[in-house]
Design a protein around this ligand. Structure first.
Ligand SMILES: Cc1ncc(COP(=O)(O)O)c(C=O)c1O
Length: 482
């Protein structure tokens, strides 16, 4: 049914909260009105000034929509004149098939990568508010912003005078190689290190480089969902391996898979530490060139009770291990920097893939971080927050025992930023999480981190990001919810 000019604005419904943006929404809705025949061929639309006023949006928003639709062939627009519709709804547009009457409702055909991504519910399902005791974070309030700001400023000024440089900045590679060798026992030349926007980017890159659809991959169960998602989307058959007190069990029976993903420093989420003996067993069972191991050391900087066990990567004499790290726990989650120490045989393949996929971190931030590490600020920050987080872990463990000892049993990790408290009775961890969020305390259900049928039920509680008084208040609230 054709509509009068005055009604056009009434048919447009823009939503300012929609992530799509007003100009894109307006373009889509006008396109729909033309395609459905509501605005027929030859019809003049209101001027951009008039439509902007009717809709309460800026004139630029309307001009953008008119220009876009003119470029697509729906409108004829010339400067100073009202745009005119150039096609009839249902008319064939060359090369584009029949104009759909409702472009938004058509279900797009997705690649197998995107379809598999839709089947995994991670990470969109975890959008909890940033409140105590949300797990997965260090305390951004403790970060030395002034010093970091000075490093950033120097590198930005310097970058303005410099020619374009390499993707993986040599100064940062050197600084990291030295830090990883002395603090984590990683054995690598600087040019084995790829600097990436996150640890998740490292997992995506690894999957792209070594997974062929149908390959078998083992991950910890419960485990880090981002890893399973990265491997699954590339077509891997992902199997969850259960845990014992040392983290991932070693599977003596089945043939070794193409890739094994593990978090041996502090198993995610239980925090369990894999012994040197178990690490060596895994290495022995993985045939060089056939089975890759991905060691995700996401929060290995934080150890409280004993000296850290050296990285698995440092024990490997055959180049089988990818070592993945991130600065989102050790510095702040907003810094968006991670890294990958690649097996020597794969460095050049991964560097090419890195450029192709575009997983490149901003050069001046890389340079700032190189200075932050080389001048000792990184280690000083780690020493300080390690003491702080140690105290917070103990405070949370003691408080759980005092306030919730009847209902929860805490598993005390030797390091890391979070801990698991198991439900002593029942399996309703997801319902418990919901109740706690309503009361103002954020946790994560252990069962939501299971790959298959959940075996474990409990709460994942963060301690590193929260001050002792915040932890105490959250525990009191929790106690009133059980
Ligand atoms: C085990 C584990 N690995 C990797 C990551 C991802 O780190 P990034 O933020 O650098 O992608 C996380 C984030 O929570 C994690 O828990």
């Amino acid at each position: 049914m054709p509509v009068s000019e005055g009604m056009i604005a009434g048919l447009i419904d823009l939503n300012r909260a929609d992530g799509e943006g007003l100009a894109a929404q307006l373009t889509g809705q006008l396109r729909g009105l033309i395609a459905s025949g509501h605005l027929g061929k030859g019809r003049a639309l209101p001027s951009s000034r008039q439509l902007a006023a009717d809709l309460g949006v800026s004139r630029n928003t309307v001009t953008y929509a008119f220009e876009q639709l003119a470029a697509e062939g729906y409108l004829a627009a010339s400067h100073g004149r009202r745009p005119v519709v150039t096609i009839d709804g249902g008319e064939r547009i060359e090369g584009a098939g029949t104009v759909a009457s409702s472009p938004r409702s058509a279900k797009p055909r997705l690649s197998s990568w995107a379809s598999k991504l839709q089947q995994t519910d991670w990470p969109m399902s975890y959008q909890a508010p940033f409140k105590p005791l949300r797990p997965g974070h260090g305390d951004a309030r403790e970060f030395p912003n002034e010093i970091w700001g000075r490093c950033l400023r120097r590198s930005a000024v310097w970058a303005a005078r410099r020619e374009l440089g390499s993707v993986n900045r040599p100064r940062l590679r050197e600084a990291l190689a030295h830090y990883l060798a002395t603090s984590r026992g990683v054995r690598a030349d600087a040019d084995q290190i790829l600097i990436l926007p996150s640890a998740q980017a490292a997992l995506t890159l690894i999957a792209a480089a070594v997974i062929t659809p149908g390959d078998e991959v083992w991950v910890e169960d419960p485990g880090y969902p981002g890893a399973a998602a990265a491997f699954r989307t590339c077509g891997a058959r992902v199997s969850g391996i259960s845990l014992d007190e040392q983290g991932m069990r070693r599977m003596p029976g089945p043939a070794a898979p193409t890739l094994i993903f593990m978090t041996p420093s502090h198993q995610h989420p239980t925090g369990r530490l894999m012994s040197l003996t178990r690490r060596t067993e895994f290495l022995r069972a993985s045939r060089p060139g056939r089975t890759w191991i991905v060691e995700d050391d996401y929060d290995g900087e934080f150890h409280y009770d004993s000296r850290p066990v050296p990285a698995l990567q440092g024990l490997d004499a055959h180049g089988r291990v990818f070592y993945v790290g991130t600065f989102s726990k050790a510095m702040t989650s907003d810094i968006r920097l991670g890294y990958l120490v690649a097996p020597p045989a794969l460095v050049s393949t991964l560097e090419i893939a890195q450029r192709h996929i575009g997983l490149i971190a901003a050069s001046h931030i890389q340079e700032a971080l190189a200075e932050f590490i080389a001048d000792g600020h990184f280690l000083a920050h780690l020493r300080r927050v390690r003491r702080l987080y140690h105290g917070r872990r103990d405070h949370l463990v003691a408080g759980l025992e005092r306030h919730l000892g009847e209902v929860l049993s805490a598993e005390v990790p030797s390091g890391g930023i979070q801990l698991v408290a198991r439900l002593k009775r029942g399996r309703a961890d997801q319902a418990t999480v919901k109740r706690l969020v309503e009361a103002g305390v954020v946790t994560r259900a252990l069962s939501s981190l299971a790959l298959g049928k959940p075996r474990d039920h409990g709460l994942l509680l963060g301690f590193a990001a929260w001050r002792e008084n915040e932890i105490s208040a959250a525990l009191r609230t929790m106690a009133s919810c059980f």
